[in-house]
Each structure stands twice: as C-alpha cells, then as structure tokens.
Unconditional design. Structure first.
Length: 259
C-alpha cells in the first residue's frame, strides 16, 4: 500500500478482456470505478490493495452495457451505496440491474469536485457506447475501449494525455485465420467491433507526445492476439518516445501508477 498524494492522479486496471473489465482511478477526493465487469469480491480486493474501501469512492462510470463491463454491477450496488454515472441514453440497457435512484445522469462535460469528466462517443454494437477523458490537477487520462474506430473529430481532444488506456484487441491475421465463425470475425473487424493492434498503434502515434507517461494496451483477445504482437506494433510506432507501455491483463490487476 502506498501513500496517495492528493495532488496526483493514480490509475490501475483490475481486469480487462472478454471475461470482464474494470479499472480504478483516484484523483484526490474523487475516486472512480470505471466499468464493473468483475466479481464484487475481486473488485473489493483490488480497492483494498490500495488502502481504500467502497465508501471512499465517488461512483461508477460505465463505458457501455455489454456483460463483460457490467456483470458485477448488480452485486456491487447491493453491497454498497455507490451510484452509477452514465449518459441518459445508456440507462435503458441498464434499467433491469440499476434502480433509478442509484443513477446520476452525466452529459458530455461534467465536473466532480476538482475532476473534469468529458465523454466522447465510441463505435461499438451497443445502443450507447462512450469513452472518457478525465482531467485532474493538470493530469489527464484517456480511456478508450470497445470501438471499431475512433472518429477523427475527437483526435485533437485525445492528444497529449498523461495516461492512455486503449484496447488493442486483435491481430488481424490471427483473427482471419483463427477459430471464430465468419459472422463473428466480421463483427470484430467492422466499424462497430474492436480495434486491431495495427489501428491502435496508428492512433497512439497521433495522440502520444513526450509528456505521455503510460499507455495501457487493454482488452486483448484470448484467441486472436498475443501480448508480444500487441506490444511490438505499439513499440514500433512509439519508439522515439519515452512512454512506458503496459499490457493490461484479464486475470491480474496492474500496478497502481501515478502521474
């Protein structure tokens, strides 16, 4: 357990992948869970590992309502007093597991204490799917997962962040030659599917600058990717920058990083 400075931003992934996704962000008095696709006990252990409890958290942000991002939500709400922060358009998909009195509707631009939360649309086969840019004390995180592409109109706002979490889901050749049925391959490769290693590396090349401290490559496919392939694509594109590139894992929480 480390001493947490109120001036800095802290981030860690609890899990990421098709079996469950969740992360933790600490910005002074504002502590956020991003997605809740893991068991209550696993999330509780992760929170306690950094010296906090659920009572210390401000709420739960949700990127979209697919099971691997929300399947732990119902149990978390039963065991805590936390509220869920989502755009109004997402709530119909969550209505059965999130009571109306446990929701706070958020807009494109939001402020929670001294933390700014900006939403941008992602392209995925969910009724509402978003990413986040979260800023605190001149430190920033871009959180981009489950999207077939990133709209060019968001490029400027996504540049120059201290931390990126971005999916690097599949190697295109492995996917095309892999075990998925044709309809599933087409879904993953579509504009409403997932980012390939090559696409992710290309986007990061546009966004990352000399001030970027960390990149987390997330949501790697169990069948259509390897850590080595994902790392090599991104490292090649960012070879002139000093950014630390980390693989966010399905079954292992990351270190708690600080910027």
């Amino acid at each position: 357990m480390q001493c947490l400075s109120t001036k800095n931003m802290y981030f860690m992934t609890v899990a990421t992948g098709s079996k469950g996704n969740s992360s933790i962000l600490i910005c002074g008095p504002t502590r956020l869970i991003i997605d809740d696709g893991v068991s209550y006990l696993r999330l509780k252990r992760a929170i306690e590992s950094v010296g906090l409890t659920f009572k210390d958290f401000s709420g739960i942000l949700i990127t979209h309502a697919h099971s691997d991002h929300v399947k732990g939500l119902e149990t978390t709400l039963k065991n805590t007093k936390l509220k869920v922060l989502v755009p109004k358009e997402m709530y119909p998909e969550l209505r059965e597991i999130v009571p109306k009195d446990r929701v706070i509707f958020i807009k494109e631009n939001n402020k929670l204490n001294d933390t700014e939360i900006t939403l941008f649309k992602t392209s995925h086969d969910a009724d509402c799917s978003v990413g986040f840019i979260i800023t605190y004390n001149n430190k920033s995180l871009a959180y981009i997962t489950d999207t077939g592409y990133i709209n060019r109109k968001y490029f400027d706002m996504l540049k120059h962040k201290d931390i990126y979490l971005i999916e690097s889901n599949h190697d295109e050749e492995m996917l095309r030659n892999g075990p998925y049925p044709p309809f599933l391959k087409a879904r993953v490769l579509s504009d409403h599917g997932h980012l390939s290693n090559k696409m992710t590396a290309s986007y990061l090349d546009k966004f990352v600058d000399e001030n970027t401290k960390y990149v987390f490559l997330a949501h790697l496919s169990e069948h259509n990717n390897t850590e080595e392939l994902a790392l090599s694509e991104t490292k090649e594109k960012l070879k002139d920058r000093k950014t630390k590139i980390l693989i966010a894992k399905q079954n292992e929480q990351s270190e708690l990083i600080e910027v």
